[in-house]
Design a protein around this ligand. Structure first.
Ligand code: B12
Length: 222
């Protein structure tokens, strides 16, 4: 029972960049018991549509900025529910995450980081536009089991390549983090091409993957 409020209404509000209706619809969907993961999935689809409108010249950079702000507010609302009930008390392993140099997209990474923390991983988030040297330095200090690299801009793939190369060299030493990549435009082919170990399509994929690598039981369905 969603009281006439639907995921389609959320999609319509987001795609038309109506922040008031977007946040309010997400809030009411949550109140009506719609699963947080369904809301996030609907938001991702809407963002893809917005991205396509931008690519076709129907929206400009201001539209992307508004979409980013709107999405941040919905993430704030939904994340506590998304992670509710997850384990928080055991150190499952250390995960270092960040968005590669030149790229300031951070929303997906933030969701994944929040979920990983909620599932008991110790997460260090380097933020966005992270130069290769910072990943390497943090690997030496934090000694992560897993490094998650986020990249949404294809123009930043050279930085992705550079970072993976540097982390491989580090892996020649004692620390051996597994490297995975993620981001809206990333595909399994990107993983093959740039020599990462794994590819995660969604934030939940990320949790499953890290649990598998850490030898834990899979998380319950959202
Ligand atoms: C919002 C947005 C912005 C916002 C970002 C705000 C923010 N705080 O992040 C702003 C306004 C900053 C922006 C700027 C630009 N953007 Co932009 N943006 C988008 C948009 C619409 C949504 C991205 C998003 O947040 N998606 C929602 C999240 C939840 O999805 P996600 O990132 O894929 O994350 C999920 C998974 O991939 C995974 N995950 C993702 N990352 C990670 C990381 C880790 C470690 C883990 C564990 C998991 C994980 O978990 C998430 C949840 O399931 C996309 C369109 C699209 N299709 O994605 C364009 C898009 C990515 N942008 C694009 C472009 C071109 C730009 C600009 C160059 C525009 C310009 N002319 O200036 C600038 C670049 C700025 C820069 N240097 O980075 C293009 C990229 C095209 C390409 N192939 O390179 C896209 C695809 C739009 C398009 N179709 O043209 N953008």
């Amino acid at each position: 029972m969603t009281d006439g409020i639907t995921l389609a209404a959320l999609n319509a509000a987001l795609v038309s960049l109506d922040d008031v209706a977007g946040v309010e619809t997400a809030r009411r969907l949550l109140e009506c018991g719609v699963a947080p993961i369904e809301i996030m999935t609907a938001c991702e689809k809407s963002l893809t549509e917005i991205g396509e409108k931008y690519a076709r010249g129907e929206y400009f950079i201001a539209g992307l900025i508004m979409a980013g702000d709107l999405m941040s507010r919905i993430i704030e609302l939904v994340t506590p529910r998304l992670v509710a009930g997850a384990e928080t008390n055991s150190a499952r392993g250390r995960v270092l995450i960040g968005t590669v140099q030149g790229d300031i997209h951070g929303l997906g990474k933030n969701i994944a980081g929040a979920l990983l923390s909620a599932y008991g991983f110790s997460v260090r988030d380097l933020g966005v536009d992270v130069v290769c040297e910072d990943f390497v330095r943090e690997c030496r200090e934090f000694k992560p089991d897993i490094v998650g690299l986020s990249v949404l801009l294809s123009t930043c793939y050279p930085h992705l390549a550079e970072t993976i190369r540097a982390l491989r060299e580090l892996r020649g030493q004692k620390e051996k983090p597994a490297i995975f990549i993620s981001g809206a435009q990333v595909t399994p082919q990107t993983k093959e091409r740039y020599g990462a170990d794994y590819y995660a399509e969604t934030a939940f994929d990320t949790v499953h993957l890290c649990q598998k690598l850490a030898g834990c039981d899979p998380p319950p369905p959202a």
